[in-house]
Design a protein around this ligand. Sequence first.
Ligand code: ZN
Length: 54
Amino acid sequence: MSPTTHSCTCGATLRFRQDMIEDRSGVRRSWRCKDCNTPIPNVVAERLSHQHPS
Ligand SMILES: [Zn+2]
C-alpha cells in the first residue's frame, strides 16, 4: 500500500502523524493541520496517523 498524503488548503503536504494536531475536545477524535488548524477529513487523518517517518 502506498503512503497516503493530504494537501491542505494552506499549501502544506501532510504525510505523517507529526504533521497533524490531535483534537480530543469532541466526542470523536479528530485531527487538524498543525500549520493552519484546518480540520482534516477523518478517513485521511486516520491513515496519516499510522504513518511515521522511518
Ligand atoms: Zn494547513
